[in-house]
Ligand binder design. Sequence first.
Ligand SMILES: NC(=O)c1ccc[n+]([C@@H]2O[C@H](COP(=O)([O-])OP(=O)(O)OC[C@H]3O[C@@H](n4cnc5c(N)ncnc54)[C@H](OP(=O)(O)O)[C@@H]3O)[C@@H](O)[C@H]2O)c1
Length: 253
Amino acid sequence: MNINLNGRVAIITGSTGGIGCAIAKEFYDSGATVVLNGRSKEKLETLAHDLVTGGTFNEPKRIKCVPLDLTADGATSELVNQTVNQFKKVDILVNNAASIKAGLIIKTDKKFLEHMMLMNYTVPYLLTREALWCMKKQKWGRIINMTSVSGQYGDRGMGVYGSSKSALTSFAKTVAAEYGRYCITANCVAPGVIDTPSTSVMKDDYKSDVIERIPVKRLGKPSEVAALIVFLASERAAYINGQEIAINGGLYR
Ligand SMILES: NC(=O)c1ccc[n+]([C@@H]2O[C@H](COP(=O)([O-])OP(=O)(O)OC[C@H]3O[C@@H](n4cnc5c(N)ncnc54)[C@H](OP(=O)(O)O)[C@@H]3O)[C@@H](O)[C@H]2O)c1
């Protein structure tokens, strides 16, 4: 299926990460203008260069890098403001950046909980609220949150991370209910185990055990997640709203 995002402006947080890079590439190759965010200016510039040289097009004007630590005060407004100042609108927001940290409940503390909720829930909430002001005026928008299989099923060591993700799912359902009437949809994509730097740290025996539990017998590819997200961002997905779509090869526990 050919997805055309010509003329759309998309903010993609965590664009320098394993899945974020693939999303940025898929959006750029589909014709969207991409606003790339992560904390490292160098990594963002390398990604922007790779998009232009490796992509189907050669249009650096369709790429903007905004290096920001999103947990800093005012950073979420800054990201949206810079986008609107340069491109006059925000059509698509992909809340992909996250802190992926594990810890058994008795080994975690309030500081850990607060950091995880700030990065994985408060930041997407604030970005959504900012973006909705623009989307409501233009009467079109797509909000896509990256959640996780850990938010759908109890997972040892992932209690805090999983809770931050399921809070995001609940929030997206409310956004869907409140703003659907403005042709704005809000959905979540819940990956299982995807082959990225954040999962490459798994020990070999643990990884083999995980793969054994996945019916398709392999980890997912970032490009497979990106293909789903670009579809949800498109006109063709206009009737999908308030959903959490799993992409996990059939992994349930
Ligand atoms: N990989 C998986 O198997 C998997 C499974 C389920 C769900 N997910 C979800 O998919 C999304 C992407 O995962 P991933 O594996 O691609 O993660 P990743 O490789 O660890 O990338 C995380 C991204 O978030 C950015 N980031 C982290 N803290 C930030 C901050 N304070 N301010 C701004 N940016 C920040 C990082 O950029 P810098 O470090 O450059 O700042 C990086 O671009 C996440 O939401 C994750 O929860 C992943």
